[in-house]
Design a protein. Sequence first.
Length: 260
Amino acid sequence: MKQLSIILFIFSCLSPHLFAQNKLHDRFSFSISGGAAIPVGTFGMKDISNAAIYYVPNSNDPSLTWIMGIDKSKSGFANVGYYYNAQFSYRMTNHVFLFLRAGQTKNSVQTSEISQFLTQKYGLQEFEEADYRIGSVTPGVGYTMSLNQWDISLGLFGGLARSNYPVYKSTFTNPAMIWTLEGEAPKNLFSFSSGGVLSLDRRFKRISAGIVIVYQHSSFKYDMTTHLSPGSSQVNPVVHDKLKVSLLTVGLQLDYSFGK
């Protein structure tokens, strides 16, 4: 949150300059974009052997050792998904502009490897996990250059991101049991999010169209504990985990400028 406070402070200092300009609306533009959300780094890794968190009691009996969670900081198991985004921009000079981005990404979770891993250890079961849904609001600053009818822009941003809690469960058939989170999971997790954006647009009077590439990273800390039901009163120890979300989004962008 410290980084977000710094960004908001910079914007508040620039506000008097922004609104002192004549024909203020001529400096604004609005864009929408959408496309593929590609997981990178550990968010896209799918190594359950490395990510499994084991409970090891004070005993030499290996049968008393079991899996009590999945370390999301090592493997996020995220598949390629999609994103959509909207952006307001304010042109301070011919090259420098400020912007505010807001959007959401959705990535499904690769569960087949996890399910196979648990089946080999504990018997036939089915593993399920909710899709990752990441929303963010991020102010930033950018630089643009024009070449004939083409605009090339580069920007950096930082702001607030929100993620759904990574809820998962495994349903066993013999015996009939469910391994899942203990208690009610929080609805949302929050994190500072930062990244960069690169766009190439072709101008058609007030309307521009082109491609946009964005890298964005967030890190969501959370606590979790799991248990088996029915038939077991054992609640596993609390696991302090971290969901590291790194995404490379590639999509199409449509921009409208309010200036003449």
